[in-house]
Design a protein around this ligand. Sequence first.
Ligand code: HAX
Length: 437
Amino acid sequence: MDELKQVLYGKILEQRPRVRRLSKEYGKVLIDQVTIAQAIGGARGVKCLVTDISYLDPEEGVRFRGKTIGETFAALPKAPGSAYPFVEGFWFFLLTGQVPTMAQTLAVVADFQRRREVPAYVFEALRAMPRDLHPMAMLSAAVVVMQRESIFTRRYSEGMSKGDYWDPMYEDACNLLAKLPAIAAFIYRLKYQGDTSIPSSPELDLGADFAHMMGIAPPYDDVARMYFILHSDHESGNVSAHTTRLVASALADAYYSFSAGVNGLSGPLHGLANQEVLRWIQAAMDKLGGVLPTEAELEKFLWDTLNSGQVIPGYGHAVLRRTDPRFTAQMDFCEKHLPDDPMFQLVRMIYRIAPRVLEEHGKARNPWPNVDAQSGVIQWYFGVKEYDFYTVLFAVGRAIGVLANITWDRALGYPIERPKSVTLDMLEAAAGISGRG
Ligand code: HAX
């Protein structure tokens, strides 16, 4: 058993009695109540999911295993000359809650290098798809096609004890995560670079190998590491994370489950917002003659967007009530690497004006930027100008969080999900009103 798996198993043995005790002895303790507005309004804020991988505080933003983004970046081992941690070390940390040593991190790097090769039929399947297919559809299809490799599904059909489910789930999760960068880079170079894929380089870590396969020089390796870590997890209630867990709760394997999560991420109110931000910024630039607008011109453009019934992409959040620290982390990167970039200057100007406009508009509960308001600008600067690809990058990062979650779900024996629906008649009866006007 590799060291990460051993550490993980130790943690699983520690956590199982906690779950058993809570559900058996304290199962009837009330932790929340559900209002009609919550039942109609997308279960907003209802406490009914459990995860220790990350927690999202409305004011503070995300904590990964109890650490803020800054603390996470500072604590984890980094490649020589790199400002951001190894993704592999972050995977160790998310899975176990334990900050790995450099040796433990490098062991995961080596393990992922062994798991990295993508079956040829996946690339063939991608090549057979129409080139104008959205890259998120390509990614989702590639992951489902690769379901043939699932160790969980094979072991389940052979007959496996429930207590062992986590083991093949872990193996599938590692295999899938190790292969995703090559699939994403292949999609990029197939669609936008005339089908000129670059083979993986055996000695590189995940972030550096992704930059290499994209054909982009450093510091894009650090962009990849930062980007994947920032997008990894945001509690389990968001659409991509929840979808992955929901599908996995029926004992679907990691491939089926993550592919479903990718489909959820492709919605414009969720992951696709980062593509929408760039599209919207470009429209602003075009409309204003290709030059940076004045603050007054930008304010008018923001109002035009709102008055035409559209959302300002990259702003607002279902849980957060302040600037997303993932936005701030990327802003810090931009201040360091691309302070004079016109697109970044525009993003900074939007940040100065949009919250005030949204507050005046009076609808959005959170007028502050989320992660998507900033991320496309960095990609654009490094030459990835095909913005419909940005959500694929988000998906590679999101895999880290959701795959850690579903491994733990199997380890702790969480059951199939099945919330209860009610009818409108029942809601009206609960409210003490008569139905249909
Ligand atoms: N621009 C204009 N209107 C907005 C808005 C924005 N950025 N954010 C919220 N609103 C509106 C909502 O559309 C809603 O209007 P209606 O009452 O007419 O339906 C109202 O304000 C109340 O919404 P809310 O409670 O503040 O927000 P929700 O929890 O319903 O939705 C969203 C959260 C993120 C979907 C929303 O803020 C939004 O659409 N933002 C723009 C798209 C975006 O940036 N999405 C990415 C979010 C982060 C993420 O998941 N990334 O993957």
